[in-house]
Write a protein that binds this ligand. Structure first.
Ligand SMILES: Nc1ncnc2c1ncn2[C@@H]1O[C@H](COP(=O)(O)OP(=O)(O)OP(=O)(O)O)[C@@H](O)[C@H]1O
Length: 321
C-alpha cells in the first residue's frame, strides 16, 4: 500500500527546459528508496517539492490522506512530518549535541523532549558525545546529529539530499550501516538521493533512476542490474564490454572468465591494474578494435600476453543506443 506519493510532478524554473518532467513515485510505509541521478538531473528540486518547500508547476504530493501543500499554498512552508536532511546541514555551533537534537522540541513537554533526545542519542551512538559542541565532532558525527535532529519530531518521512557526499568511504560505510538500522527501528519512510549507486545499495534495494528530470527506471537492485532499460542504468553498476559483431549487446566484466586453455575468445592483455578484490585486465579483442575490462581474481595474468576468454551467455545485455 502506498503511503508517500509524488504524482505527475512537473517543474520548470523560469524559461528553462523542464527540470522535472512528469515524475511519479510512490513509497510504502517504512520503505527506503534510493534515488540515483547525475548532477543537475533534478534530484534536489524533487526532494524540495516532496517536502513542501518548493512549488511545483503541476502534480501532487500526498502523505497518507494529507495533501502536501506547496509554499504557494501555505503560509509557513514545510511540514514537521516530512524532514529534509541536506549535505550542508546546519548545526547550532554554540549548542551541544543534545541541545541541537532537542532544538525542534522546544515547544514540547520537557520530559518528553529529554526522553526523545536520549533515545536518539543512544540509537546513533552519540550518548557519550552529548555535551560536546559541533566543532568538537568529526564530519560523520556531525551528520549523525543532523539526522537525529531531523528525527526528533518523529517525522513520517525523511528525505536525504546527498548527506554523506563529503565523507571518506570507510567512514561512510560504517555510518550507512548505522543509519540503516536506525531507520529500520523507527519505521521511517525515506528517499535517499545520491549520484553514487554504491551508497544507495548499502541502504536499500529499492531504486529509482532520475535522468534529465524523468524517472527512467524504478525497481529492485537485482531488477535494474539484470534488466536495465538502457546503458545509462546498466553503467551505474559496472562498465560494459561490447560484444564483437553483435550491435547493442554487452557483457559486464563480472560475467567474463579467463580460461586456462585456448578455445574461447582470444584477446591480448594490454594492461594489468591492481584493484582491491581482483586485478583488472585491459584486453584487446583479436580481429576487432574492441577493448574489454576483464577481472582476474587469480592475479596470475601478466601484461603483453594472449588470453582466452569465456562469457556467460545468460548475462549478455541487449540495450538500445
Ligand atoms: N532556484 C533555481 N532557479 C533556476 N534554476 C535552478 C534552481 N534550482 C535548480 N535549478 C536548475 O535545475 C536543474 C536541476 O537542479 P537540482 O539541484 O534539482 O539537480 P540535482 O540533481 O540535485 O543536482 P546536484 O546533484 O548537482 O545537486 C539544474 O539545471 C539547476 O541549475
Amino acid at each position: 500500500m502506498s503511503f508517500f506519493n509524488l504524482q505527475n510532478i512537473q517543474k520548470r524554473y523560469k524559461d528553462h527546459t523542464p527540470v522535472l518532467d512528469d515524475v511519479t513515485l510512490s513509497l510504502g510505509k517504512g520503505e527506503l528508496l534510493g534515488l540515483i541521478g547525475e548532477s543537475g538531473s533534478g534530484k534536489s528540486t524533487l526532494l524540495r517539492i516532496a517536502a513542501g518547500l518548493e512549488t511545483q508547476d503541476q502534480g501532487e504530493v500526498t502523505l497518507g490522506s494529507l495533501k502536501v501543500l506547496s509554499p504557494a499554498q501555505k503560509l509557513v512552508a514545510g511540514y514537521d512530518q516530512i524532514q529534509l536532511v541536506h549535505q550542508q546541514f546546519k548545526l547550532y555551533p554554540h549548542s551541544t549535541v543534545e541541545e541541537n537534537i532537542k532544538r525542534p522540541l522546544l515547544l514540547y513537554d520537557r520530559a518528553y523532549a529529554t526522553e526523545r533526545a536520549d533515545h536518539l542519542l543512544a540509537l546513533f551512538g552519540l550518548a557519550e558525545l552529548k555535551n560536546r559542541l559541533p566543532r568538537e565532532l568529526s564530519g560523520g558525527q556531525q551528520q549523525k546529529v543532523a539526522i537525529a535532529r531531523a528525527l526528533s519530531l518523529e517525522p513520517d518521512v525523511l528525505l536525504f539530499d546527498e548527506p554523506f557526499s563529503h565523507l571518506d568511504p570507510p567512514q561512510k560505510r560504517l555510518l550507512l550501516e548505522e543509519i540503516q538500522e536506525a531507520l529500520r527501528q523507527l519505521e521511517v519512510t525515506g528517499i535517499w538521493v545520491t549520484h553514487d549507486l554504491s551508497d544507495a545499495l548499502m541502504l536499500t534495494s529499492s531504486l529509482a533512476v532520475l535522468h534529465h528530470g524523468k524517472i527512467i527506471q524504478r525497481g529492485s537492485a537485482e531488477g535494474l542490474f539484470h534488466s536495465p532499460v538502457n546503458r545509462q542504468v546498466a553503467e551505474l553498476f559496472s562498465s560494459l564490454n561490447p560484444l564483437p559483431d553483435s550491435p547493442n549487446r554487452y557483457v559486464r566484466p563480472s560475467s567474463i572468465q579467463v580460461l586456462p586453455t585456448e578455445g574461447g575468445i582470444t584477446g591480448y592483455v594490454k594492461q594489468v591494474r591492481f584493484l582491491p578484490e581482483y586485478n583488472l585486465l585491459t584486453v584487446a579483442i583479436a580481429g576487432t578494435d574492441i577493448v574489454w575490462s576483464v577481472p582476474d581474481t587469480s592475479r596470475s595474468i601478466q601484461a603483453n600476453r594472449s588470453v582466452s576468454l569465456q562469457i556467460d551467455q545468460r548475462a549478455v545485455l541487449r540495450l538500445p543506443d
